[in-house]
Ligand binder design. Structure first.
Ligand SMILES: CC(C)(COP(=O)(O)OP(=O)(O)OC[C@H]1O[C@@H](n2cnc3c(N)ncnc32)[C@H](O)[C@@H]1OP(=O)(O)O)[C@@H](O)C(=O)NCCC(=O)NCCS
Length: 156
C-alpha cells in the first residue's frame, strides 16, 4: 500500500464532499479546540451556535450603522457533527431587510482534520438581527437602493 492510499484510508469521509456556495460571502473561519467539546467528544452545539451568531452579524453590521441585537434564530440545523481540528468556514447572505431588522442565512462547511480541501456542510441557520438605539429600542434601517431592490424581490 502506498503512503498516499494509507493516508486516505486514515481519513474516511462521513458525508459526500460538496462545492462551496457561490452566492454567499465567506465571513468567518475558525478551528474548534478540545475545550469546545461535549461529553461525546464532538463539538458542543452551543459553541457552534455562538460562532454562527457572530458570523451572521457580519453582513447586517454593514447596513445597521450602529448597535444591533439578535432577535431570533428562526431555524438551526446541525447536519453533521463538528470535530476538534475541523477547519470551519462560515458563509452568509442577506435574505430579508425590513424596517428595523435584517435576516441572513448562514451555512457552515467543515474541512475535516487530514482531509483539508474537501468540504462537508455541517450546519445551516437563519437568524434575524434588529438595529437598536441607545435605549435598546428598535431603530429604522436606512436602506441603500440596492438593498431596497433585494427587499422588494423578497416580497414577490
Ligand atoms: C431586539 C428587541 C430590541 C426588539 O424589540 P421588540 O419590541 O421585540 O421589537 P418589534 O416587535 O418592534 O420588532 C422589531 C423587529 O424585529 C422583528 N422580530 C421581532 N421578533 C421576531 C421574531 N421572533 N422573529 C423574527 N423577527 C422578529 C420584527 O419583525 C421587527 O422587524 P421589522 O421592523 O424589520 O419588521 C428586543 O426584543 C430585545 O431587546 N431582545 C433581546 C435581544 C438580545 O438580547 N439578543 C441577544 C440574545 S443573547
Amino acid at each position: 500500500m502506498s503512503n498516499e492510499s494509507s493516508a486516505h484510508a486514515a481519513t474516511p469521509l462521513d458525508a459526500p464532499t460538496i462545492g462551496l456556495p457561490k452566492d454567499k460571502e465567506l465571513v468567518l473561519k475558525v478551528i474548534p479546540m478540545p475545550a469546545d467539546c461535549n461529553a461525546n467528544g464532538d463539538i458542543f452545539g452551543g459553541w457552534v451556535m455562538a460562532q454562527v451568531d457572530l458570523a451572521g452579524s457580519v453582513v447586517p453590521a454593514r447596513y445597521v450603522d450602529g448597535r444591533m441585537a439578535t432577535v431570533a434564530v428562526n431555524q438551526f440545523v446541525f447536519k453533521q457533527p463538528v470535530r476538534v481540528g475541523d477547519i470551519l468556514s462560515f458563509f452568509s447572505s442577506l435574505t430579508r431587510i425590513g424596517n428595523t431588522s435584517i435576516t441572513v442565512q448562514v451555512e457552515v462547511y467543515a474541512e475535516r482534520f487530514r482531509s483539508q480541501g474537501r468540504y462537508i456542510k455541517v450546519t445551516e441557520a437563519s437568524l434575524t438581527y434588529v438595529a437598536i438605539d441607545d435605549f435598546g429600542k428598535p431603530r429604522k434601517i436606512v436602506k441603500p437602493d440596492a438593498v431596497q431592490v433585494l427587499a422588494a424581490q423578497d416580497t414577490m
